[in-house]
Design a protein around this ligand. Structure first.
Ligand SMILES: Cc1cc2nc3c(=O)[nH]c(=O)nc-3n(C[C@H](O)[C@H](O)[C@H](O)COP(=O)(O)OP(=O)(O)OC[C@H]3O[C@@H](n4cnc5c(N)ncnc54)[C@H](O)[C@@H]3O)c2cc1C
Length: 383
């Protein structure tokens, strides 16, 4: 494909999640003559999940890429400083951690609006069953999430590793407000549960519950309805929820986390982006950030390189080491949560220290800088 052709690109994108939408925005901004079309199986107001959290309050990486959507995100976000660890009926608060929370649907609607203003065509309620029908273009982007059909179609080239992890999780909401990224550990007769909760607007929090399969079996969740599941978990987390119900939307199933990696990131003029390419466990709140950064990196490669093939090469070469490092940290966090029973005997302060350092991205020095009072309390507890 030569430079002449790339002056005006025809780009087909499967999936209007954060990766596909943000890449479309950047490519259209790069050249308004680019013809960008997105194919999305859901409608504009359907989404899974509740709020998402970003482990960064500034969104600095988005500011330079697209000022307009950046301003909209900043206005729609809730921000806080603390991680809160609930264990043995105590709450340990660790300050100096900067987080932002936003409803996933609000986040997507900001990107939809921006796409529409720029002239990106989004075909909602269009479920792509056969990728072959969309390959007649300069670039085909598989931004179709963790269960990508684009990745599946070119499986032999991408060489994915798909690792379905052991823990079960369910993504719920509640009107109880959690002012911090709160991890609560609770046991009942069936076993141990972990809740990941945080406020993402003025009156709602995300409430994700995970547990090992044995606990899930013993609690009998496979035979429980949505409502029965919520009532059961409300009892487990009675103290944290303070009488507030657990709420469901259209993402009410229990899942096992799918860890996705790919040996190769592109094949001819087909490239993967976001969760289709790599997943990062939700406990480190980075999947969306990775998807957006992928979009920025890929658009940047197209700005630098003269043809599709060298742009895609450049994308994989520059981006993969960064993604590998973050996936490694997310994996440490996931494995620690799968084996949390090994540390559950610890008292609240040493336990909180374990939680904070589980991904190995945060160490003693960093914690001391963030919250010297927490480290002082931890040291006197373990002395
Ligand atoms: C429980 C849970 C909590 C999470 N919490 C956070 C968090 O707090 N912070 C964070 O940063 N990340 C979080 N994530 C991760 C985050 O949701 C993903 O990393 C992010 O959505 C990836 O964006 P994406 O655009 O790559 O894929 P997706 O958001 O999955 O979007 C893919 C899109 O493709 C569409 N699609 C799929 N197949 C087809 C098809 N055949 N035809 C047409 N359209 C199709 C889908 O409908 C979807 O809209 C969480 C994930 C989970 C599971």
């Amino acid at each position: 494909m030569n430079l002449e052709r790339l002056k005006r690109m025809k780009v087909n994108i499967i999936g209007a999640g954060p990766a596909g939408l943000y890449f479309a925005i950047l490519m259209k901004k790069m050249n308004p003559a680019n013809e960008i079309e997105i194919f999305e199986r859901d409608g504009p107001d359907d989404t899974f999940g509740w709020g998402i959290v970003f482990s960064d309050r500034t969104f600095s990486y988005l500011k330079n890429a697209d000022q307009e959507s950046y301003e909209d995100f900043i206005h729609a976000c809730e921000t806080w400083d603390d991680v809160v660890i609930g264990h043995k009926d105590q709450k340990i608060r660790i300050s100096g951690n900067k987080f932002s929370g936003i409803a996933r649907i609000v986040f997507l609607n900001i990107l939809h609006k921006r796409c529409q203003r720029l002239g990106v065509r989004i075909n909602f309620r269009t479920n792509i069953m056969d990728v072959a029908g969309l390959t007649d273009c300069d670039l085909l982007v598989g931004a179709d999430g963790a269960n990508s059909i684009v990745r599946e179609k070119y499986r032999a080239f991408f060489q994915p590793t798909l690792d379905l992890r052991r823990n079960k999780y369910i993504w719920l909401g509640t009107h109880q407000l959690f002012d911090g990224l709160t991890l609560t550990f609770r046991e009942d007769a069936a076993g141990l549960y972990v809740a990941h909760s945080y406020r993402f607007n003025k009156n709602t929090s995300t409430f994700i519950v995970e547990c090992i399969e044995d606990t899930w079996d013993k609690a009998g969740f496979s035979a429980k309805t949505e409502q029965e599941t919520c009532r059961y978990l409300e009892k487990v987390f009675e103290a944290e929820l303070a009488g507030n119900a657990l709420l469901t939307n259209n993402f009410v199933k229990w899942f096992n986390f799918l860890m996705v990696k790919n040996q190769r990131w592109y094949h001819e003029h087909v490239v993967l982006l976001g969760d289709a390419l790599h997943t990062a466990h939700f406990s480190i709140g980075s999947g969306t950030k990775l998807a957006l950064e992928d979009a920025i990196a890929l658009a940047h490669s197209f700005q630098l390189r003269k043809d599709t093939s060298s742009a895609l090469q450049d994308f994989q070469k520059t981006r993969k080491p960064i993604v590998d490092e973050l996936q490694a940290a997310a994996f440490e966090s996931l494995v620690w949560l799968e084996n949390v029973k090994n540390d559950i005997h610890l008292d609240p302060l040493p336990f909180a220290y374990k939680v904070m350092t589980r991904s190995k991205k945060v160490n003693y020095e960093r914690l001391k800088k963030r919250d010297p009072k927490f480290i002082a309390a931890y040291e006197s507890a373990v002395r």
